[in-house]
Design a protein around this ligand. Structure first.
Ligand code: 5GP
Length: 190
């Protein structure tokens, strides 16, 4: 997606530890017209996949999932992070190492919102090492639902998560794939 690549080059900031800061349009301030374009791309890719539900992770996944859902006409369920759990039998839980915060996050989703036979589209803002996406896939599989698509806004190919998920047998559709970000120089994969 050329517009996304342009925005990454002009508005993105490479931080230590292989983190790309895009808080001007995706992670803090939301550029809605741009996010609408993201939604149109995901809709175009997944409109014939039979999706009946989108799953994402709070907080940055919610905006892209919501805009895409308007085109696919399906609900969004977002996985919560680190909520207090009263009734563990009612939820699926996965512990995941956070890429940006270097700590563990407890990902939680209510069992009632993910059902056997659901056709799930997973969307997220970034794919780095693949821990978050791997956990989402585990939750969907525990529920006996089907993953009919995975969409990522920015995949950092050099951090290996995409390979890991593709080796697990899933197709990952990423709108921008970053091959390297050394010395503040961002290189995209074709
Ligand atoms: P992973 O689990 O694939 O290592 O990391 C994915 C999660 O970490 C995403 O949900 C995203 O919130 C966060 N993340 C990973 N890399 C980056 C990055 O370069 N910039 C930002 N803003 N978030 C990232």
């Amino acid at each position: 997606m050329d517009l996304l690549k342009q925005k990454i080059l002009t508005e993105g900031e490479v931080l230590d530890g292989g983190v790309l800061k895009v808080d001007n349009f995706l992670n803090h301030r939301l550029d809605i017209e741009f996010l609408n374009e993201v939604g149109l791309y995901f809709n175009d890719k997944f409109k014939n996949a039979g999706v009946n539900k989108i799953i994402t992770i709070e907080s940055s996944g919610i905006a892209i999932a919501t805009i895409t859902a308007q085109y696919l006409h399906v609900p969004v369920v977002f996985v919560k992070k680190n909520v207090h759990i009263n009734l563990p039998d009612d939820v699926y839980i996965e512990n995941v190492q956070s890429f940006t915060q270097k700590k563990d996050n407890k990902l939680v989703i209510a069992k009632k919102f993910i059902n056997k036979g659901d056709k799930i589209l997973i969307l997220d803002d970034f794919l780095a090492k693949g821990n978050a996406l791997n956990a989402l896939i585990n939750m969907v599989e525990k529920a006996g639902a089907n993953i009919v698509g995975i969409g990522i806004v920015i995949e950092k190919v050099f951090q290996g998560g995409g390979d890991r998920i593709r080796e697990r047998g899933f197709d990952v559709y990423s709108l921008a794939k970053i091959k390297s970000m050394e010395n503040n120089h961002i290189v995209f994969e074709d």
